[in-house]
Design a protein around this ligand. Sequence first.
Ligand code: SF4
Length: 146
Amino acid sequence: MGALRDRFWERPLAELTQPEWEALCDGCGRCCLHKLEDEDTGELAETNVACRLLDCKTARCRDYANRKAYVPDCLRLTRSLVGKLPWLPETCAYRRREENRELPRWHYLLTGSREDVHREGAGIAGRVISETDAGPLEHHIVEWDG
Ligand code: SF4
């Protein structure tokens, strides 16, 4: 990872360098879960089913650098996409900074521990099942924020 400026997360997203952008992710893992969209209403439902590359115990991608080779439709979160993804969790650091809000108090950039996101219940480590084992997504609808 390249050099990160002091308290870079307080800067507007547009000013972040690529290493700073990458470092902003809190590692919650929520964006690596399948969502279901109602064909008629467009309403989204969340599931507890994870991408096959996600380590379900740690909520970390098992091959982040090469993930596109295994999962071609893996979404690459960019500045222009942040405001267009209604399913990004309310806690997501990118969403919060896009909305000019502070990071959650448990964010690892503030606490120094990458485990805090899971300890505080915002992360999905140990609470999801891989798509390779899950079966029909309809059986796995959950409300993470609720
Ligand atoms: S939802 Fe946001 S903070 Fe959580 S893993 Fe995805 S990009 Fe990172």
